[in-house]
Write a protein that binds this ligand. Structure first.
Ligand code: SF4
Length: 336
């Protein structure tokens, strides 16, 4: 009898894992908590560094899924994970011969950093808000006018001891550069600033994009962290920072302050870990068996990982890892 694999989480890593298993002849059941598949990518506009529309990637994955024999269940929340199946929030138990956890990450809640006024002051946004506005085809200040000065702030909810998020979220520097370029192209007369602690351009084409942002589009990069934001009477946002390269304090008013929020681990990771004897990293992301030869294995036979459930990754990395995870599952099923 064919062996069944359950994939928990229907983002890009989950879809790709299910598709690969199906291509290898393994019956796959893909479970997604939300009403549609795609995870965080569903709210995204364009992907770096190519500015590929996110929906092109997602549409293609969904098309492949429709053509496959993968069984999909949406609005299906998994509460407990074990090596031989899962238990849903409804109490239903689903048996499997292996489980792949692809539940991804949670976005940092910018309201926790009260000093920036997100959700309190007008014209303070997150990178997620900007992707939504770009998708809607209209980026504007709260009163509908076009911004003339825009500031991005890097590392909001990452590399920050005060909010217990010590890790680097890895993809948000390039997200900030991408969005700065999109807004500068949309508003050529606007001044666009990126306030950063370090610029981390780890992927192919990212460094070139960063240079292009500076040299062609004249986007300003200021090394320094914004210490606080406050509203002005005209509805703008006044920010205070220190330029740590010159040692000078800096104060300016901007029309839009955009917080580049990081990726944090899901609360469900700890529950899954307690259920099944899995390990969490200090960051809360699930710990693979090792970082090199077994990075899609959990260390517990029959439970595997793919995508950002183990660490921040970009879309390409998540997709590649999903193929590896599926292959590891196939090898495992041959042994048991
Ligand atoms: S990728 Fe950049 S913005 Fe994101 S946490 Fe790391 S240094 Fe900060």
């Amino acid at each position: 009898m064919a062996k069944r694999v359950i994939i928990v989480g229907g983002g890009v890593a989950g879809i790709q894992t299910a598709l690969t298993l199906s291509r290898r002849g393994v019956p796959a059941l893909l479970l997604e908590r939300e009403s549609e598949l795609g995870g965080k990518l569903t709210g995204w506009h364009k992907l770096f560094p190519s500015f590929t529309p996110a929906h092109e990637v997602l549409d293609e994955l969904r098309h492949r899924l429709n053509e496959s024999d993968v069984e999909v269940r949406t609005q299906c929340e998994v509460r407990h994970v074990e090596r031989n199946g899962v238990t849903l929030a409804s109490g239903e138990r689903l048996a499997a011969d292996a489980v792949v956890v692809t539940t991804g990450f949670t976005l940092f809640d910018a309201r926790v950093k009260e000093e920036y006024g997100y959700g309190i002051y007008d014209n303070v946004y997150t990178t997620v808000d900007i992707e939504r506005m770009l998708n809607e085809g209209r980026v504007a200040m709260r009163d509908g006018s076009a911004p003339r000065r825009i500031a991005f702030l890097h590392c909001v909810g990452s590399r920050d001891e005060k909010v217990c998020q010590h890790h680097c979220s890895k993809v948000c520097c390039i997200t900030g550069v991408k969005q700065a370029m999109e807004l500068k192209t949309m508003f050529p007369d606007a001044d666009v600033f990126n306030f950063y602690m370090d610029i981390r351009m780890f992927g192919p084409g990212y460094e070139e994009m960063y240079r292009d942002a500076q040299q062609r589009l004249n986007i300003h990069f200021v090394r320094g962290r914004i210490s606080e934001a406050s509203p002005t009477l005209e509805g703008r946002v006044q920010i205070k920072a220190e330029d740590t390269l010159t040692g000078r304090p800096l104060k300016m008013s901007v029309d839009m302050l955009i917080l580049i929020i990081g990726m944090r681990s899901n609360a469900s990771n700890a529950v899954f870990a307690a259920d099944a004897g899995l390990q969490c990293q200090p960051s809360g992301f699930l710990a693979p068996r090792d970082q090199f030869l077994h990075n899609t294995e959990s260390g517990v036979g029959g439970i595997f990982y793919a995508g950002t459930v183990t660490a921040p990754k970009n879309i390409g990395e998540s997709l590649s890892e999903a193929v590896v995870a599926a292959d590891r599952v196939v090898e495992y099923l041959k042994r048991v």
